[in-house]
Design a binder for this molecule. Structure first.
Ligand code: 2HA
Ligand code: ZN
Length: 274
């Protein structure tokens, strides 16, 4: 069967639009940030001969739970700024091979490029999210500016960090009732940071990497982008509030409970006073 040019694929267009948008927002300077997007076989079949493996790429960890799964990913060392001009050099479609430790490259990552250096965190987070939400498909990492800044000025206690963000915009509790989790500072690109992130991903779809950036998870690109965008907006408001002299009054826990009831969301257990 004749294949359609992959540049026409809806998932490719979403990756290009999203990386371009994130670059414009200033959250992905240089090679900062990475995205992985789980694809179904039906989605890739019109565009790819799935028997045609271009290259095999070894991984430093075991992704047995994802054997046979397809992902489109951003490339290591690649700039989000450049994706729109050359998607095939900056993005790749890969499949997890039957040994769970090799990637089969099916498209893109031209000139011997490899997937994002944060692949351990991405694939471990996919595994963790799929256990609690079988619909999860996207993991996104970026350096959202105000959230990153807050990791220097706000205490790094998950409950307190979450409550501050919930109080900065009325919408926050509705968008991320599961809150924001935080890992310790760990060297990026390692299995260790992947394991720490994935452990947090079982409870919350947003995970802060102190002095570095944020991880988000969601069932589609809009959900994960919207999550990070909403938390980042709250962090921006927090920045202005601090600059204006600090909080004089805020959304009370009673208000937050009313919101939770009105929008039928369950705030993270123990984060609001009863
Ligand atoms: O890929 O953002 O965390 C560049 C990064 C590493
Ligand atoms: Zn980063």
């Amino acid at each position: 069967m004749r294949k359609i040019d992959l540049l026409q694929a809806p998932f490719l267009k979403e990756m290009v639009a999203t990386t371009t948008n994130l670059y414009r927002l200033g959250w992905d300077e240089r090679n900062g940030g990475n995205i992985s997007y789980l694809l179904t076989e039906e989605e890739v079949l019109p565009f790819l001969d799935i028997q045609q493996v271009i290259r095999r790429i070894p991984m430093i960890f075991d992704a047995t739970q994802l054997i046979g799964k397809y992902f489109i990913v951003t490339g290591s060392g690649k700039y989000f700024k450049n994706v729109i001009d050359d998607p095939a050099a900056n993005l790749g479609v890969v499949r997890i091979a039957s040994d769970g430790r090799t990637l089969e490259l099916l498209w893109g990552l031209e000139n011997d490029a490899v997937p994002t250096s944060e692949l351990p965190s991405h694939l471990m987070s996919h595994i963790a999210r799929l256990e609690v939400d079988p619909e999860n498909r996207v993991i996104m990492h970026n350096h959202a500016t105000h959230l990153l800044a807050m990791t220097f000025t706000h205490e790094l206690d998950e409950k307190s960090f979450t409550r501050t963000l919930w109080q900065m915009c009325t919408e926050c509790l509705v968008v991320f009732p599961d809150g924001v989790s935080i890992i310790p500072w760990i060297v990026p690109g390692t299995n260790e940071i992947g394991e720490a992130t994935a452990a947090k991903m079982k409870e919350a779809r947003l995970v802060m990497w102190p002095y570095h950036g944020v991880y988000g998870a969601g069932k589609d690109m809009d959900e994960v982008f919207g999550l990070i965008e909403t938390a980042e907006k709250a962090a921006q408001v927090y920045t202005y509030v601090q600059a204006q002299g600090g909080v004089k009054q805020t959304i009370t826990d009673e208000n937050l409970w009313k919101l939770a009831r009105a929008f039928k969301v369950e705030p993270r257990l123990g984060y609001l006073t009863e």
